[in-house]
Design a protein around this ligand. Structure first.
Ligand SMILES: [Zn+2]
Length: 254
C-alpha cells in the first residue's frame, strides 16, 4: 500500500508524484480555502499520495499515519474537490473511536466530521467557480442537496461561515448518506470494539470540528435522529432494549 504513497519531500514515484503535485497546485491556485487547507496540512506534515487501494472511495485520510490517499483511477476533476475534503479531515482533532466515547458519541462525531469536510469541500469548489468551471458544474450536478444550500446562503450575504453552516446542516438531511456513515461506525463496535461512556457535547463538536456551528444544533432532532435499522443495531451494543435516550423526540419521528 505504502509504495503508492509518498512523502512530499521524497521523489522517485514518477508520474504519480507530478500528478499529485499538479492537483495540489491547482487547488492552491484556484481557491483561497483550498490554499489554506493545503497550507495547514503541510504544517502538520500530512503526506498526500495517489493509490489504487482506496476501494470505491474518491479518497481517504488515515489519521494514524497522517496520510491522505487519493484514488488514482478517478480523474483529476473528481479528485480536486476531494483533496480539499481530505485535507480538512487531517485538521479535525477528535477521534470518534477514542476508547472513552460511547457508540452514540462515535456516530455524532463521525457525522460532524463528514459534514464539516463536505462544507469545506463546498467552499473550495465555490471559490474555484471561475477558474475551474468544469469542476464547479460537475460538483453541483453530483451534490445538489448540499452544494445548493451553500451557494444560496453565500449569495444572501457573502458570509463563507454562514454558507458552510448551511452545507453542514444540509448534510444531515441526506438520509442515505448519513445512514451509510452511521452503519460504518456501528460496524466497528459490532466487530468487538468496546465502547466507553462519554457523551460528546455540542460545545466540544464546535470547538474541535465546526466552529461556524452553534452547540444547540447538535441537540436538535434533525441532527440526532437515527434510521430505525441503525437504532436496532445499536440496542445490543448499548445494553438497551429500545433507545429512548438516543433519539430525543421519538414521537416527532416520521
Ligand atoms: Zn470524509
Amino acid at each position: 500500500m505504502l509504495q503508492n504513497a509518498f512523502d512530499p519531500a521524497v521523489d522517485g514515484q514518477g508520474k504519480d508524484v507530478s500528478r499529485r503535485d499538479d492537483l495540489i497546485s491547482r487547488l492552491e491556485r484556484s481557491s483561497e480555502t483550498g490554499r489554506a487547507l493545503i497550507g495547514e496540512a503541510r504544517k502538520r506534515n500530512v503526506r498526500i499520495g495517489l493509490s489504487d487501494e482506496v476501494g470505491a472511495a474518491c479518497g481517504l485520510y488515515r489519521s494514524s499515519e497522517k496520510l491522505i490517499l487519493m484514488n488514482k483511477s478517478y480523474d483529476d476533476d473528481m479528485l480536486l474537490p476531494n483533496l480539499a475534503h481530505e485535507c480538512r479531515h487531517s485538521m479535525q482533532d477528535i477521534d470518534a473511536f477514542a476508547p472513552e466515547h460511547s457508540v452514540r458519541s462515535a456516530i455524532t462525531i463521525t457525522r460532524a466530521k463528514e459534514a464539516d469536510a463536505f462544507a469545506h469541500e463546498c467552499a473550495a469548489v465555490f471559490e474555484m467557480r471561475s477558474e475551474e468551471v468544469g469542476v464547479y458544474l460537475d460538483f453541483m450536478e453530483n451534490n445538489p442537496e448540499v452544494f445548493r444550500p451553500f451557494v444560496q446562503a453565500y449569495n444572501k450575504n457573502g458570509s463563507l461561515d454562514e454558507a458552510k453552516a448551511a452545507a453542514f446542516e444540509a448534510f444531515y438531511t441526506d438520509e442515505t448518506f448519513v445512514k451509510t456513515y452511521d452503519s460504518r461506525t456501528v460496524s466497528f463496535y459490532e466487530k468487538g470494539m468496546k465502547p466507553g461512556k462519554k457523551e460528546v457535547s455540542g460545545r466540544e463538536l464546535c470547538d474541535k470540528i465546526a466552529p461556524y456551528m452553534t452547540p444547540d444544533f447538535f441537540n436538535r432532532d434533525s441532527a440526532r435522529r437515527l434510521a430505525p435499522e441503525i437504532e436496532k443495531r445499536l440496542a445490543p451494543l448499548t445494553g438497551k432494549t429500545s433507545a429512548p435516550s438516543v433519539v430525543k423526540n421519538r414521537c416527532a419521528e416520521r
